[in-house]
Design a protein around this ligand. Sequence first.
Ligand SMILES: NC(=O)c1ccc[n+]([C@@H]2O[C@H](COP(=O)([O-])OP(=O)(O)OC[C@H]3O[C@@H](n4cnc5c(N)ncnc54)[C@H](O)[C@@H]3O)[C@@H](O)[C@H]2O)c1
Length: 286
Amino acid sequence: MEDVNGRVAMVTGAASGIGLGMTRAFVKAGMRVMMADIESGALNDAASGFAPGEVATTVCDVSDRDAVFASVQAAVDSFGAIHVLANNAGVSTGGYIDEASPSDWAWVAGVNYFGVLHGCQAVIPHLKQQGQGGHIVNTASMAGLLGGVAGWGPYNSTKFAVVGLTEVLRQEGREAGFGASVLCPGAVNTNIYESPRNRPDRFGPQVSPVAFMDDPDELKRGLNPDVVGQLVLEAIRDNRLYIFTDPRFAKVVSKRFDRIASDFAWATDSSALNEAHAPGSTIMRK
Ligand SMILES: NC(=O)c1ccc[n+]([C@@H]2O[C@H](COP(=O)([O-])OP(=O)(O)OC[C@H]3O[C@@H](n4cnc5c(N)ncnc54)[C@H](O)[C@@H]3O)[C@@H](O)[C@H]2O)c1
């Protein structure tokens, strides 16, 4: 979507960090923004930094499907349409797969994955009905492309799911006339390690460790979220699928691809497949 001036966006997790950075970038480019967040005090404080008419606010828990649909409708009611949705709200939880509590898994999946899905389902009918194009940006992480770190299971797996969902969304959006991107940040200087501040009561108390990095201060040395906001805007205009904030990760991702290629080679030589003369599946060849 090249021309964003005068368009309407909704950003989830807009009260802090990357969501606030995106809101600033979108407003600067002439968009009006519905800021959605679960933390009403922080949301009001964040919104007070904008001029009247530039933004509106909606208190919304993205893990609650009805709340997300209501917030998207509120954006349309306030601004007359919706063109861009940034499904950005996210929380951090680590813990070994067998040790993280079921409620920790439910919370991180509810916000990081189902929150994104709810947003897509709520906005797509509007984009189709308006017929004016549009764009959906889903926030994943480099943790959505790099797995295999012990203790990252809950967060990692939700972010892989967001990457997978967005790759499908990209195809479906092409048919329906809107774009889709997945934001995969490296370290960004935000409040993500204070995630339990916004944990809804229905998920119970946090059991697992919140931060899974060896050095939690690493984020403080991370990128300024306003830079990420500008990068996202640039990527929407260029309709990029993956939005990376730290190109140094390219080498690490290609090592993962090397491991995948090596196991394809192993499968090619496998006695089970060779003895069965298995032709392989054609399902994924399109
Ligand atoms: N900071 C990083 O280094 C980094 C790296 C990779 C990915 N990310 C992703 O970026 C996104 C934004 O996080 P951030 O780093 O800006 O953290 P942040 O904590 O500064 O901001 C997250 C915002 O989401 C809101 N939120 C939390 N739960 C919510 C819910 N249930 N419903 C609605 N809003 C909710 C919070 O109130 C907060 O305003 C997340 O998806 C996160 O996983 C961050």
